[in-house]
Design a binder for this molecule. Structure first.
Ligand SMILES: Nc1ncnc2c1ncn2[C@@H]1O[C@H](COP(=O)(O)OP(=O)(O)OP(=O)(O)O)[C@@H](O)[C@H]1O
Ligand SMILES: [Mg+2]
Length: 254
């Protein structure tokens, strides 16, 4: 069963067509890595799935339920605000920047949404937050404020915060690209663990090692379109799309 399915989605800004006819489904338990040059529409694609952008054409299904539909020139087909919010809980998102609340501890940051949105009891939310912090390797940082955590530690709190909402899919947008190189590994380890635990994941990344090790499929985007999709071993050894070949060369020569 697909957790996310997009059908020919497009997103135009005034002068730019950022996403053009992208059709992709991510099945339950699948890990899909999205790679591609800067400006190719990767973030916009994720933002459409997470409701942060409204599509200009196409359909998005979450858990096989129509989430958004647009036919150019016609009004948007959308569900009620309440249903939309309920569906969006199914998608957890981790951004390049962690955006933790600075005046709340690691644990409090994680407890916030489960208490406010899921109406969890404080004690239950606290126990869950502690469990998640242990899982992301921060057993000794429950009561630390973000400013006293490294970038990698903050990003792991952000991952735990997204997991606390018990999403069906985790969306990551270059979660390690703002980190100092020595901190990247700890975050990737948590993501690989998550992938191995069966979490469904759609990950925009430039960490080719992660894509090779953890992804079931690699999606290559260029100019707002999907240029190639395939299993990592195939894609990395023998990319067929000329833009993908060029992209891989440019990475190797960095
Ligand atoms: N809010 C916006 N308004 C206008 N144009 C935008 C907006 N957001 C993105 N774009 C444009 O859409 C295109 C795709 O941008 P997007 O951020 O999705 O690319 P990306 O693949 O994530 O790039 P990067 O690897 O640099 O993060 C770019 O040309 C960008 O300038
Ligand atoms: Mg981006």
């Amino acid at each position: 069963m697909s957790i996310i399915r997009t059908v020919d989605i497009c997103k135009s800004f005034t002068t730019v067509e950022a996403v053009k006819n992208v059709s992709l489904s991510v099945d339950q338990g699948e890990v899909v890595a999205v790679i591609g040059p800067s400006g190719s529409g990767k973030s916009t694609f994720l933002r459409c799935i997470n409701g942060l952008e409204t599509i200009t054409d196409g359909e998005i299904y979450i858990d096989e339920e129509l989430f958004e539909k647009r036919v150019k020139g016609h009004p948007h087909v959308r569900m009620t605000k309440e249903r939309r919010a309920e569906i969006l809980i199914k998608t957890g998102m981790v951004f390049q920047r962690f955006n933790l609340f600075p005046h709340k501890t690691a644990k409090e940051n994680i407890m916030l949404a489960p208490i406010n949105v899921k109406k969890k009891k404080e004690q239950e939310a606290a126990a869950q937050a502690e469990e998640l912090l242990v899982r992301v390797g921060l057993a000794d940082k429950f009561d630390e404020y973000p400013a006293r955590l490294s970038g990698g530690q903050q990003q792991r709190v952000a991952i735990a915060r997204a997991l606390a909402m018990e999403p069906e899919i985790m969306l990551f947008d270059e979660p390690t690209s703002a980190l100092d190189p020595e901190l990247v590994e700890d975050v990737l380890r948590v993501m690989i663990g998550l992938a191995k635990s069966g979490m469904t994941m759609l990950v925009v990344t430039h960490e080719m090692g992660f894509a090779r090790e953890a992804a079931d499929r690699v999606v290559f985007m260029a100019d707002g379109e999907i240029g190639e999709v395939g299993p990592p071993e195939e894609f990395f050894t023998n990319p067929r799309n000329p833009r993908a070949q060029q992209f891989m060369k440019s990475i190797l020569h960095q």
